[in-house]
Design a protein around this ligand. Structure first.
Ligand code: GRG
Length: 301
């Protein structure tokens, strides 16, 4: 695998290179499509390779680079997080949850494979994440136990699932800005922040570096979800690759709905500034993290 820090600081080609490396690694970690029972492996691969942006693995690898780690050491953790992210999308799209027909510009898993297999593909990807993470090397400051705990906590009933539960229960109800923040911090920010922290841990980062990465990841994570809310009302379904305007249609609480579009943009910009401030500790070595955050916070899809 290549060096942790690509030579040229161009974010688009950097993200493309990181994506390719992640795709190659995922291809090695996930059982081949024809492995019995073939349906489940085809379904896992269908969603994993449906064209996701690979933002979380890219952030993980960039965090490792900021702490002078290697892509090789960070890659299993980057792939584990992408498996969990993909599982959460498959389950979120199910009729029992958000009931979506399109994701990443393609029919959703249950539309192609049926609900039973879609549930199982999500379950298998969640389990696969821990199998992959357990194959990582382990580092002097961070044991396998800590790495597994980190992933379990971010995706468990106090974070990712807590956010999804509050999201489900909040549908059609008037939520306050702080209730909405509770949802966004758990549903989106927790896994994004976990990706960045895992990158640092894979580079055996110091406690101070881990603290700075946490500050960066949590602020970028929340800003990312606020921007997602904004895009849902300002972009078309074709552009987003999923049903636009869905949040409004199901009366889901979003930042634009609660505080308005302009204030949502101001809050996202403030969180972004806080995230960048956290990177000063890395004295220039976090350029890729910064460039990725700038890119994903100025995205239009
Ligand atoms: C089912 C446990 C469980 C959780 C579901 C992921 C999720 C929680 C809900 C999906 C809807 C949503 C708005 C999630 C917030 C996170 C988010 C913005 C996901 C989309 O992430 P991208 O843009 O997607 O990185 P790609 O497809 O590029 O990977």
């Amino acid at each position: 695998m290549g060096p942790a820090t690509p030579a040229k600081p161009d974010v688009q080609s950097c993200l493309a290179a990181r994506s390719e490396a992640v795709n190659r690694a995922l291809d090695r970690f996930i059982p081949a499509a024809l492995t019995r029972p073939a349906t489940i492996h085809r379904a896992m691969r269908y969603s994993l390779f449906a064209g996701g942006k690979r933002l979380r693995p890219a952030l993980c690898l960039a965090a490792a680079a900021a702490c002078q780690g290697t892509e090789t050491a960070a890659m299993p953790l980057a792939c584990a997080v992408e498996c969990i992210h993909t599982y959460s999308l498959i389950h979120d799209d199910l009729p029992a949850m958000d009931d979506d027909d399109f994701r990443r510009g393609k029919p959703t898993s249950h539309k192609v494979f049926g609900e039973g297999i879609a549930v199982l593909a999500g379950d298998a990807l969640l389990t696969q994440a821990f199998e992959i993470a357990a194959q990582s090397k382990g580092w002097p400051r961070y044991s396998h136990r800590q790495i597994i705990l980190e992933i379990a906590r971010a995706s468990g009933s106090l974070q990712l699932i807590a956010g999804q539960v509050a999201d489900l229960e909040g549908e059609g109800r008037r939520l306050s800005a702080s209730q909405l923040r509770y949802i966004h911090e758990r549903k989106t920010s927790a896994l994004l922040c976990c990706s960045v922290r895992l990158g640092g841990m894979s580079a055996n980062c110091t406690r101070a570096q881990l603290h700075a990465l946490t500050e960066f990841g949590s602020n970028v994570g929340l800003a990312f979800q606020i921007i997602d809310d904004i895009l849902d009302v300002t972009q078309t379904s074709e552009k987003l690759g999923k049903t636009a305007g869905k949040d409004h249609a199901v009366r889901k609480a979003t930042y634009p709905a609660i505080v308005g579009l302009e204030k949502s943009r101001r809050i996202a910009a403030k969180l972004t500034r806080r995230a960048f401030d956290a990177l000063t500790a890395f004295r220039g070595r976090a350029w890729e993290l910064q460039a990725l955050a700038e890119f994903l916070l100025s995205r239009d899809r």
